[in-house]
Design a protein around this ligand. Structure first.
Ligand SMILES: Cc1cc2nc3c(=O)[nH]c(=O)nc-3n(C[C@H](O)[C@H](O)[C@H](O)COP(=O)(O)OP(=O)(O)OC[C@H]3O[C@@H](n4cnc5c(N)ncnc54)[C@H](O)[C@@H]3O)c2cc1C
Length: 474
């Protein structure tokens, strides 16, 4: 196989690079070792569009965070994914911590964050009544927002595919060998010859970088665990509530999600195994206690699932973005821990422009900037829904009762490019299985639809990667 640019990693960063690169007259290929895009850290995070006040002034984290946050609303309209500007609040519980809160505020102002305000405890409680009684001051960031991380990643992937980018899944990069004009990339699906490599491999970006460079990177996986609560609890708070940031990051937060659930977490623990995403009773207890320190009476009895994600913490502490010093045509997007989800659109746009310049490529005349989401009858008015179902009857057959997801939506999730090939792929595209019963009811029917659409046997239907088949025999 041969291409101009090979992107390694189909997370939010790789898909963003693919989207912006697909606007240029360049052959773009993206590979991922998993069966679908959005299968790494991009699927398990707090889903916050950070305003950008806490990353250090002058860092790449702050630069791309603020730029990404400014792009996100417009992008959500262009690519039709859920986004809501709900604002975030940083709580300062004690008078002695006021200088630290003011430092965060000033850091944000210096970096150009808009809509920052210092509030007294009473002012904060007037707009967020459930806050802890023990409160001295708060910082309000009006530009803080929430987003659907799957929606964002998949929308960028679909838009890239619509512009001709090729996605190859189940394709692990095993080695990279420098050539005179480019790289020979050895993968589980054969060799790929490319002029440019983009390293967007998440927690494995150090391993990919170290295949070509003598300036070694070292990434530690820093695990964060969460509790997700039912939609019944979704309006317990309206803003995203943080405590003052500490040495391990932004700490535990409490936030509504764009789909109306309530989220509490994450913890922060360094782990040796970069595949270790189990949740643990001790960590969940720790986050319960910390979240309860921020917001009163959180209805934890409404927890419907727990999950965890791995931050790609690079030793240097900042994002590593740009062309590698000792490997021409090799571009890193490494160490992309939080606020990487927020920063991804800005990183993608920046790297695409740099790569186009490197290859001397211009923009396409007929590029497609817009993408439409899969129609969702549960969000339509009764009249619109009736009309839509009359012409598309499969959208009237409800498969996932909790989220109100129809057969038509599931079939379209599989038919799109890149489409769902697993239960998790369907779940992340249309939320079938994301609700209160956590796929207890809709699993068999979704499996049947996957088997029909993909032309495979029921025993081959997987939860996610190969080896996660759900049944052994019919
Ligand atoms: C607990 C937690 C909370 C967070 N909260 C927020 C937040 O609220 N807001 C925010 O802005 N950011 C947040 N982040 C950060 C954000 O989620 C990440 O920065 C972002 O998702 C990273 O995206 P990525 O594309 O770099 O990595 P990933 O999504 O991990 O994608 C990397 C991809 O590379 C693939 N890959 C790896 N090795 C290979 C190989 N050898 N061959 C082929 N493919 C390979 C993987 O399979 C994976 O799909 C949080 C992160 C965590 C863990």
């Amino acid at each position: 196989m041969k291409t101009d640019v090979l992107i390694i990693g189909g997370g939010v960063v790789g898909c963003s690079v693919a989207r912006f690169l697909s606007f240029y007259d360049i052959k773009v290929m993206l590979v991922d070792k998993e069966e679908d895009v959005c299968s790494g850290t991009s699927k398990a995070n707090s889903a916050i569009v950070h305003a950008g006040f806490d990353a250090s002034f002058g860092s790449l984290k702050q630069k791309f965070n603020i730029a990404g946050s400014k792009m996100m609303e417009e992008l959500s309209k262009e690519l039709d994914f859920p986004y809501k500007r709900n604002g975030s609040m940083v709580l300062c519980k004690y008078k002695e911590d006021e200088p630290q809160l003011r430092k965060v505020y000033e850091n944000g102002i210096k970096g150009g964050v808009e809509g920052l305000k210092l509030l007294t405890a009473d002012e904060a409680r007037a707009i967020e009544p459930g806050l802890t009684d023990e409160l001295y001051m708060a910082l309000l960031a009006e530009s803080g927002a929430i987003v659907c991380p799957f929606g964002l990643t998949i929308a960028m992937a679909e838009n890239a595919a619509a512009n001709g980018a090729e996605f190859i899944m189940d394709c692990k990069v095993e080695d990279i060998i420098k050539q005179e004009d480019g790289y020979l990339v050895k993968t589980g699906k054969g060799d790929i010859l490319t002029r440019v490599v983009v390293n967007a491999a998440g927690v494995y970006a150090d391993a990919i970088h170290n295949m070509v460079s003598d300036n070694k990177l070292h990434i530690t996986a820093r695990k964060g665990e969460y509790k997700l609560m039912d939609k019944e609890a979704g309006d317990h708070v309206s803003h995203t509530i943080f405590l003052l940031p500490g040495k391990m990051g932004k700490g535990v937060l409490v936030s509504p999600t764009v789909h109306g659930n309530l989220l509490a977490g994450p913890t922060a623990d360094d782990v040796d195994d970069k595949e270790e995403t189990a949740t643990h009773a001790g960590s969940l207890e720790e986050l319960t206690a910390k979240a309860s320190d921020l917001v009163k009476d959180i209805p934890f009895y409404n927890t419907i699932t727990s999950f965890s994600g791995l931050r790609a913490h690079e030793e240097g502490g900042d994002f590593v973005v740009g062309e590698c010093d000792d490997a021409a045509g090799f571009f890193d997007a490494a160490g992309i821990e939080s606020p990487g989800l927020t920063a991804a659109p800005a990183i993608g746009e920046y790297l695409a422009a740099k790569i186009a310049e490197y290859l001397g490529a211009g923009q396409k005349d007929n590029l497609i900037r817009k993408r439409r989401a899969i129609p969702s009858p549960s969000e339509m008015s009764p009249d619109e829904r009736a009309e839509y179902i009359r012409s598309n009857p499969s959208y009237g057959a409800i498969v996932c009762r909790c989220e109100g997801i129809s057969e038509g939506e599931i079939r379209e999730a599989i038919r799109r490019k890149p489409g769902a090939v697993s239960m998790d792929g369907v779940k992340r595209r249309v939320r079938a299985g994301m609700g209160r019963c956590q796929a207890g009811f809709c699993t068999p029917r979704t499996m049947e639809i996957l088997a029909e659409e993909l032309g495979i046997d029921m025993t081959s239907v997987c939860k996610n990667r190969k080896g996660s088949e759900l049944i052994k025999a019919e």
